[in-house]
Design a protein around this ligand. Structure first.
Ligand code: NAD
Length: 446
């Protein structure tokens, strides 16, 4: 099948790679001409495990092409995905500018019927706005009778495992105007290669599909914020949250997934989606007490590691250097949007400290955001980040950080202390090397 995908970010590019890999013909469109020029030469601008090879292979096979020519993109396929960004507006609500730009463009350029599928995370009611924008252009062009359908098909993959999740989704939600209609049949055919093991397609009305995405992210964010609050309590009352985690995870109604305490959630989805749903709730006269608490706890959590560092080293950190392991908001991605590492670095700089950071994949992203500055060294290895540092802060639980040479850490740090933002290290093992671990919720009062 021929498809066009607008937006070649994390969602658009992974979707394009997966769709072309199962045999569909995919045209990717982006307004960022530089990104498209790079992709045309096989340069994948983001890191996702397995993505580069998939893009390269399908490009070579002629099933995956890239263009900055938007009208060409519209003409290339009857099925059009919208996978553009929906950043937060100043009040926290989702900014739909890019989504509506694409709708406007499709309405201005389409010559035959289209199915427009929204993959971006958008507030309930956006499909109606997309429909209205397309229709308005068609009416202007005297083509009011040209048929089109708008579908909500939210993306649920996890960054860091996006390709694998896209290839083997837990569920495929199709929010359609008419259940059982032709559009649903086309989408079932499109997704059939990803739906072989058992039927994962859930058909529902458009609004329920749009809300499902936000509800999923808010539920996951709530699990994290809840555990972080328990960790705070554990810290103060002399309990170990890691024991508590195992104690509660054994209940199948709770489960072990997604109950790790840490330095707060980041990335381009949870923070903005929680705030966007808060905004939607308010618009509809609902007092979003749970979601507000989830957001507030997370904001507090992101400063926790700095608070622990300050409690240990004092408020004036002038002349101090901290090694920082992990810049990305989670392992296996280069994405540093709203990453807790940034909150920590910015607080350390404001207090006069220097940072020596290392991340397996996010160094370029960090360089792009912060440029050259004298209080930031991007170290070539995790070990080099320790050279001359006062202490180590671990922010992201990359695999390569899990079993480091503790003796080397103890030897290199001026003060043998690790601020462990992910409870990666066993304090008893570290103590054997003379290292103190200050973790999250482990009764390790700073
Ligand atoms: P991104 O910022 O990585 O990419 C968005 C891309 O859209 C950019 O390349 C941008 O240049 C392009 N774009 C903007 N306006 C355009 C236009 N008019 N025409 C063509 N391209 C245009 O964003 P992302 O992380 O891929 O997220 C996209 C959407 O998917 C968001 O709504 C996000 O909330 C949602 N989402 C993201 C994830 C994730 O893990 N990143 C997961 C599920 C859903």
């Amino acid at each position: 099948m021929q498809i066009a995908i607008f937006g070649t970010g994390y969602v658009g590019l992974v979707l394009a790679a997966a769709m072309s890999d199962v045999g569909h013909d995919v045209t990717c469109v982006d307004v960022d001409a530089g990104k498209i020029a790079g992709l045309q030469k096989g340069r994948v601008p983001i890191y996702e495990p397995g993505l580069e090879a998939l893009v390269r292979d399908n490009q070579a096979a002629g099933r995956l092409t890239f263009t900055a020519d938007q009208a060409l993109g519209v003409a290339s396929a009857a099925i059009i995905f919208i996978a553009v960004g929906t950043p937060p507006d100043e009040d926290g609500s989702a900014d739909l500018r890019h989504v509506l730009e694409v709708a406007d463009l499709v309405g201005s350029a389409m010559q035959e019927p289209k199915i427009i599928i929204n993959k971006s995370t958008v507030p309930v009611g956006t499909a109606d706005q997309v429909r209205a924008a397309v229709k308005a252009r068609l009416v202007q062009r005297g083509l009011a009778d040209l048929g089109f359908d708008v579908v909500s098909n939210p993306e649920f993959f996890k960054e860091g495992a996006a390709v694998a999740d896209c290839m083997r989704p837990d569920r495929i939600i199709l929010g359609v105007e008419t259940a059982g209609g032709r559009t649903e049949q086309v989408l079932r055919e499109l997704y059939a290669p990803f739906n072989r093991n058992h039927d994962k397609i859930l058909v529902m009305d458009v609004r329920s599909a749009e809300l499902s995405k936000y509800a999923a992210n808010c539920m996951l964010a709530a699990k994290i914020s809840f555990m972080n609050e328990m960790a705070d309590l554990a810290d103060k009352i002399g309990a170990d949250i890691e024991k508590v985690r195992l104690g509660i995870g054994s209940d199948p109604r709770i489960g072990y997934h997604f109950i790790y305490p840490g330095v707060g959630y980041g990335g381009s989805c949870f923070p903005k989606d929680v705030r966007a749903l808060i905004s939607t709730a308010r618009e509809h006269g609902i007092d979003p007490v749970v979601m507000e608490a989830v957001d507030a706890r997370n904001n507090r959590q992101k400063t926790l590691l700095f608070d622990k560092i300050r409690a240990r080293f004092g408020s004036d950190l002038g002349g101090r250097t901290f090694a920082l392991w992990g810049l990305s908001f989670k392992p296996n991605t280069d994405d540093i949007r709203e990453a807790p590492s940034r909150t920590l670095m910015e607080a350390l700089w404001a207090a006069g400290a220097r940072v020596q950071a290392y991340d397996p994949k996010a160094m370029d992203a960090c360089r792009q955001v912060y440029g050259d500055r004298s209080d930031l060294v991007l170290a070539p290895t995790q070990e080099a980040a320790l050279d001359g540092a006062d202490a180590l802060a671990l922010v992201t639980e990359w695999k390569s950080f899990r079993s480091p040479d503790m003796a080397e850490i103890a030897r290199k740090l001026k003060h043998p202390v690790i601020f462990d933002g992910r409870n990666l290290f066993d304090p008893a093992v570290a103590a054997g090397y003379g290292l103190e671990i200050i973790g999250i919720g482990r009764a390790s009062r700073p």
